[in-house]
Design a protein around this ligand. Structure first.
Ligand SMILES: NC(=O)N[C@@H](CC(=O)O)C(=O)O
Ligand SMILES: [Zn+2]
Ligand SMILES: [Zn+2]
Length: 349
């Protein structure tokens, strides 16, 4: 029997799926991510959405300005994305590439938070996808159908057959990231796909099944999209993330919403995990007996898939209990991180 390690040191990790919002919310949440991750793929679902290269450049400037001035996190690099619409001009892809934008995000219209301007029919975007394939920009996908006839727990699996399979056939060399996968179906699909397809996995989908939504009462802070699924799906995600396959990598989908918007008659979708992201992943990997696979998942596979250099430098997680605050400042209000008030086993030093 081997004894549990007291610390683990990893190459500095990246977060390949993150919501930073804007304005005072951005200022409130950015330091937590910058303290943990060297880079992050920043989601474009602001209001209004970031649809043009020029907007992404301005947003990047606001993010850079919100970084800590010195010390940990002051060198954080945001990697920018555009929000794909039915009308994104193919010429915008060339401008986006020149501006350093790395990917476009596909939100099926109405699928999730701030997706109203999303794509109504993927075929409308084909000229733009053609340009992306040619220019080497990635497509990041919120993989759920919005057909009201499809059960909310089945929307990801149905997306594979209705959208993903035809998309892969029509654009075989477009790099596609199936974001925040939640099902065995998606894990199997990605594992069997060729090298142009990968997936991000959140910490909360590795740690929780859908029972977490109903533990002793309705739990809004565990509500996100795609919604948590059955235990068999959680186990399939853990198997995929800890398999060592380079197709699976870290994307927190940390999605901050003010506490008042979560604890409301209509609760916004999204879990705020940035304040303890790496600690939560460490907990999930340790529970699977796979702490030795955390570095590949958190620090190598994403960079390799995006064709970016791996980070230099390291971070160290120590086995040291840490209690998360009940709430944190969020502009003129407060936000509750996932597991607020609870004690975690790992602490990033
Ligand atoms: N994941 C979520 O539940 N919410 C995200 C949007 C998204 O990633 O789908 C958000 O922006 O709040
Ligand atoms: Zn999403
Ligand atoms: Zn997201």
């Amino acid at each position: 029997m081997t004894t549990a390690p007291v610390s683990i040191t990893l190459t500095r990790p990246d977060d390949w799926h993150l919501h930073l919002r804007d304005g005072t919310a951005l200022q409130a949440v950015l330091p937590a991510t910058a303290a943990q991750f060297a880079r992050a793929i920043v989601m474009p679902n602001l209001r209004p959405p970031v649809t043009m290269a020029e907007q992404a450049v301005a947003y990047r400037e606001r993010i850079l300005a919100a970084r800590p001035a010195t010390g940990a996190g002051s060198d954080f690099t945001p990697l920018m994305t555009l929000y794909l619409t039915d009308n994104t001009p193919p010429e915008e892809i060339v401008r986006a590439k020149a501006a350093g934008v790395v990917a476009l995000k596909l939100y099926p219209a109405g699928a999730t938070t701030n997706s109203d301007a999303g794509v109504t029919d993927i075929r409308r975007t084909y000229p733009t996808l053609e340009a992306m394939q040619r220019e080497g920009l990635l497509l990041l996908v919120h993989g759920e159908v919005t057909d009201p006839a499809v059960d909310v727990f089945d929307r990801e699996a149905v997306f594979i057959e209705r959208v993903m399979t035809p998309l892969r056939r029509d654009f075989p060399e477009l790099k596609v990231v199936f974001e925040h996968i939640t099902t065995r179906d998606a894990a199997q699909y990605v594992a069997q796909a060729d090298r142009f397809t990968a997936a991000t996995v959140t910490a909360h989908h590795l740690l929780y099944n859908r029972n977490a939504l109903f533990m002793g009462g309705l739990r809004p802070h565990w509500y996100c999209l795609p919604v948590l699924k059955r235990e068999l799906h959680r186990q399939a995600l853990v198997d995929a993330a800890t398999s060592g396959s380079p197709k699976f990598f870290l994307g927190t989908d940390s999605a901050p919403h003010a506490a008042a918007l979560k604890e409301a008659s209509v609760c916004g979708a999204g879990c705020y995990t940035a304040p303890a992201a790496l600690e939560l992943y460490a907990e999930a990997f340790e529970a699977a007996g796979a702490l030795d696979r955390l570095e590949g998942f958190a620090s190598h596979h994403g960079a390799d898939f995006y064709g970016l250099p791996r980070n230099t430098g390291t971070v160290t997680l120590r086995r040291q209990p840490r209690t998360l605050p009940e709430s944190l400042p969020f502009g003129d209000t407060v936000i509750k991180p996932l597991r607020a008030g609870e004690t975690l086993n790992w602490t990033l030093s």
